[in-house]
Design a protein around this ligand. Structure first.
Ligand SMILES: [Cu+2]
Length: 502
């Protein structure tokens, strides 16, 4: 260490600064005169006198600003007083104090502040610079978390501690533990103008064919929408371009992609993108955390062919994925993919709701259920039994070769993808287009954030059912129909028997 004589001016400045800091650190101290008791003619009950005597009533005011994009990624920053500039400052109070907390929103993104033990909540704060003040009186000592209850925000760091000192108030001590009310979740009415969010599996771009590398611009719009999860059931979806999965991006290896993410003005949350076809930190997520009404851009070059997943990567990432923010980016090899007769685009995911599977109404996302990996719904292309409807079933003809690009958004469950009544002639396992395909496969594992490309020729007409062969999920909404039209093929498949016994 370097010991230099102290500059007396510097010492004075530090001392003054230190004094100011101490003054600033003291909570605002307003004495309440307990004159209600004194004004009474008859003496109050002994317990009240005790209470008034013991508890020094202060009013403490704290201001916190919700901020995004620092360390941690989301946090409350103290404004003014002794907490000024502190990240998730520890707030202090005594039992019986009046605590006022003002929360200012630093971004146009949904935040709030909640303290469970004192039933404190600001409610939703959505606009930038909007502020809400809550006031409460802690009645027991301890350390209590204040946090943002928007899914994922607490988990990435948006919480701090309220430390309360003193003795628990008489009421709090005497209060019997509240009986755990039997919580029977009742859903709010279904949203009347909820929209269809299912992407038709035949909605995908044409093959690239045989062309050289080019520069490509891709525009995606992050849209939050009340969508139809099942008949009579709605849910708050997060989407790319309004449908689940997001649009398939189809390019060639060696292409340079300029990707624009626009977050719709009606959004309540930030959104972003991580594409597994990107080589670079975050797969694009570091450049694309986008506020509502804003747009971000980044550029990448595709280095390898394959069938890749993309997804939103804004906390809670799993919540955004479970709400529909995923899709496939297919990077074709030089010369393009071998031609087939039909192509389809199907993705699997889970939906986590408070209300049980099958409940009518507008269902609520359940963050705890997601963390516990207990979905109520399993879905292809975003909604329960979506691909079994006339509108969205898959259609092909006998004699045709069918290709399915199949991916799993998840966020949590691996699929055992299978088509009942068919086997896959070729499986491009894990979506690898540079590995020779496996042949003659019944069921293929596809992990969350993974994909596959399967091909098979239809020899026999009829209805084939797309499933995850973890078949309990069939009963939670996971099924799709592939109808093959054409003439019967009794040599391969017929009712009854006529073979000689072996
Ligand atoms: Cu998102």
């Amino acid at each position: 260490m370097n010991n230099k004589p102290l500059n007396p001016n510097l010492v004075a400045v530090i001392l003054i600064g230190f004094t100011l800091l101490i003054v600033a650190a003291l909570p605002i101290h307003i004495q309440f005169v307990p004159n209600e008791a004194a004004a009474q003619d008859t003496p109050p009950p002994a317990s009240e006198v005790l209470l008034v005597a013991q508890v020094e009533k202060n009013v403490l005011e704290y201001t916190l600003k919700a901020v995004i994009g620092q360390t941690p990624p989301m946090a409350f920053i103290g404004i003014g007083g002794g907490i000024d500039g502190q990240v998730n400052p520890t707030l202090t109070a005594n039992v019986g104090d009046t605590v006022r907390i003002t929360v200012i929103n630093g971004d146009p993104v949904l935040h709030n502040l909640v303290i469970d033990e004192f039933q404190v909540t600001t409610g939703d704060i959505l606009q930038k610079d909007q502020s809400v003040t809550v006031e409460f009186t802690p009645d027991k000592p301890g350390n209590f978390a204040y946090y943002c209850a928007t899914p994922g925000h607490r988990e990435v760091g948006m919480w701090g501690t309220l430390t309360v000192t003193g003795e628990a108030l008489a009421e709090a001590q005497n209060a019997a533990a509240p009986a755990e009310a039997a919580m029977v979740p009742t859903a709010a009415p279904a949203i009347a103008d909820a929209v269809a969010i299912v992407r038709n599996p035949a909605d995908l771009p044409a093959p690239i064919g045989d062309r050289g590398p080019i520069d490509v611009r891709v525009d995606l719009n992050a849209v939050e929408a009340n969508g139809i999860l099942a008949d009579g059931t709605t849910y708050r979806y997060f989407t790319f371009d309004g449908q689940v999965p997001g649009p398939m991006i189809r390019i060639r290896v060696g292409d340079t992609v300029e990707l624009h993410i626009h977050n719709d003005t009606s959004s309540q949350l930030q959104h972003s993108i991580d594409l597994h076809a990107v080589t670079g930190p975050g797969g694009g997520a570091v450049y694309t955390q986008t506020n509502p009404g804003e747009e971000t851009t980044f550029t990448f070059k595709t280095l390898a062919p394959g069938v890749f997943v993309y997804h939103c990567a804004t906390p809670s990432v799993a919540h955004h994925i479970a709400s529909g923010m995923f899709g496939l980016i297919v990077v074709e090899p030089a010369g393009g993919l071998p031609p087939v007769d039909r192509e389809f685009y199907v993705m699997q995911s889970e939906v986590y709701t408070v209300e049980p599977y099958g409940t009518k109404g507008n269902l609520t996302f359940d963050h705890a259920a997601m963390l516990n990996e207990q979905p109520q719904y399993f879905v292809f292309n975003g909604a329960a039994n979506a691909l079994t409807t006339d509108e969205n079933a898959l259609h092909a003809k006998v004699g045709e070769t069918v290709r399915i690009f199949f991916g799993v958004g998840g966020p949590n469950f691996t699929s055992s993808f299978h088509v009942i009544g068919e086997m896959f002639d070729r499986v491009y396992n894990y979506g690898s287009l540079t590995t020779p395909p496996m042949t003659d496969v019944q069921t293929i594992l596809v992990p969350p954030g993974g994909a596959t490309m399967v091909e098979f020729k239809l020899e026999v007409p009829g209805r084939y059912i797309l499933v995850d062969h973890a078949l309990a999920r069939l009963e939670r909404g996971l099924a799709g129909y592939l109808f093959a039209e054409g003439d019967d093929n009794p040599t391969i498949f017929r009712e009854g028997g006529s073979a000689a016994s072996s």
